[in-house]
Design a protein around this ligand. Structure first.
Ligand code: SF4
Ligand code: SF4
Length: 132
């Protein structure tokens, strides 16, 4: 992982969209533009629809960075965290040395790591951690 790789601890993500909105506000994006969105991994029928059949329902979330994300280059140059990383209330996101240390910790706890496949055309330099 290089110093600009973002590590996402999917176990901690609650799908609140704070990261996405922090990016919008911080970068002054227009209403219709998002550099980062959050997918619901549920039934596929909407952001509030769980998968499964009652009572065995389940739902999880995955923040996804578009290629428009500039990794907050200006903030990183000043030693500041990207808006998305800084704003996550669940500490699901990390970058730089913190991400490297977190990855080691999660590996020791049995997490596996993956990246988005190339055909998704998402921002590179994002690593996801999920419990095996
Ligand atoms: S790194 Fe910066 S530009 Fe990229 S999604 Fe996060 S806040 Fe937005
Ligand atoms: S990564 Fe953090 S801020 Fe973004 S949706 Fe997940 S919990 Fe919320």
């Amino acid at each position: 992982m290089d110093e600009k790789t973002i590590l996402v601890d999917l176990q901690r993500c609650i799908g609140c969209w704070t990261c996405s909105l922090a990016c919008k506000v911080g970068n002054n994006l227009p209403d219709e533009e998002f550099f980062l969105t959050v997918r619901t991994l549920g039934s596929g029928e909407g952001i509030d629809r769980p998968a499964g059949t009652w009572p065995d329902l389940h739902m999880s979330w995955q923040p996804v960075w578009t290629t428009k994300c500039v990794k907050c280059a200006g903030r990183l140059a000043k030693g500041e965290l990207p808006y998305c990383v800084q704003s996550c209330p669940c500490k699901a996101l990390s970058i730089g040395d913190a991400a490297a240390a977190k990855k080691e910790e999660l590996r020791d706890r049995g997490f596996r790591f993956f990246q988005m496949p190339p055909w998704e055309s998402t921002r590179d330099g994002v690593v996801y951690a999920e419990k095996k």
